[in-house]
Design a binder for this molecule. Structure first.
Ligand SMILES: [Mg+2]
Length: 260
């Protein structure tokens, strides 16, 4: 049984607190340009809405340029929704691309943009409705707030600080920790000498939650899948009878823990 109020609430950032979809598309467009010749990059803007809709099929960031490739090649949306892993594999093969090259290009594009024009990059991030107020409430309560993200901590911190949300920098774990989230959660538990039930974790990527649930010493954590993030209805339906992972709505998130 999980507790009525967590001692620690750990939150993923992108897809839980912050909607970075506009940034994803812009970075994807720029990366696409480095992998395939496009001439005029803005020509790709016609695919933006489709990209926003289909983004939930993506498991890790480097797949995004391939999703845009699929749209350029006019692979139907339904097909992408149903068969993304297979389409991804096929496109990598047919275009003779490997994952590491795409990751390299994607990171380089993003880094260059951040170095050249940090403000415009930060400006493409939006917060989900009510989230900032709720974070403030939690910061003023007995529950400690942690962020576990794949974004670099300095950006998470800057984005939150711009909204007046000041989180202890030692409670923000980002890309730089270079370890899976379940390890970070284990670390937080140990540092605070808590029982797993006292730590709740909200994430929008089911795979990450499943990995946590699979750790024998972490399976009693409060685990929540954020239904407002980047996941599909199919994924949300798949945990209907899952005893370990609970589906959470933004409306619930924004209310007291007793509603979770
Ligand atoms: Mg996320």
């Amino acid at each position: 049984m999980i507790q009525a109020v967590p001692q620690i609430l750990a939150l993923d950032f992108d897809g839980v607190i912050c909607d970075g979809i506009l940034e994803y598309f812009q970075t994807t467009k720029r990366t696409y340009e480095t992998l395939w010749k496009v001439g005029d990059r803005d020509r790709l803007d016609q695919f933006a809405d489709q990209f926003y809709r289909l983004r939930p099929v993506i498991e890790t960031g480097w797949e995004m340029p391939i999703l845009l490739r699929a749209l350029v090649l006019e692979i139907p949306d339904e097909n992408i929704l149903d068969n993304w892993p297979e389409i991804l594999k096929n496109l990598l093969e047919s275009d003779q691309l490997d994952k590491s090259l795409i990751i390299q290009n994607f990171d380089k594009v993003r880094d260059k943009w951040i170095t050249k024009d940090l403000d415009s990059w930060l400006g493409l991030h939006r917060f989900y409705p009510g989230i900032i107020e709720r974070l403030q409430q939690i910061l003023n309560s007995s529950t400690q707030l942690y962020i576990i993200s794949t974004k670099e901590s300095r950006f998470t911190q800057t984005l939150l600080a711009e909204q007046g949300v000041l989180i202890n920098p030692q409670h923000i774990f980002g890309k730089e920790v270079k370890q899976p989230k379940y390890k970070t959660l284990r670390q937080i538990l140990d540092q605070n000498q808590l029982n797993p039930e006292q730590l709740w974790f909200v994430e929008d990527l089911l795979k990450t939650l499943q990995l946590v649930a699979d750790q024998p010493n972490l399976n009693k954590l409060g685990l929540f899948l954020a239904d407002w993030g980047y996941n599909t209805q199919l994924i949300r339906d798949s945990i209907q009878n899952n005893p370990q992972i609970k589906l959470l709505s933004l409306n619930q998130f924004n209310q007291n823990f007793s509603y979770w």
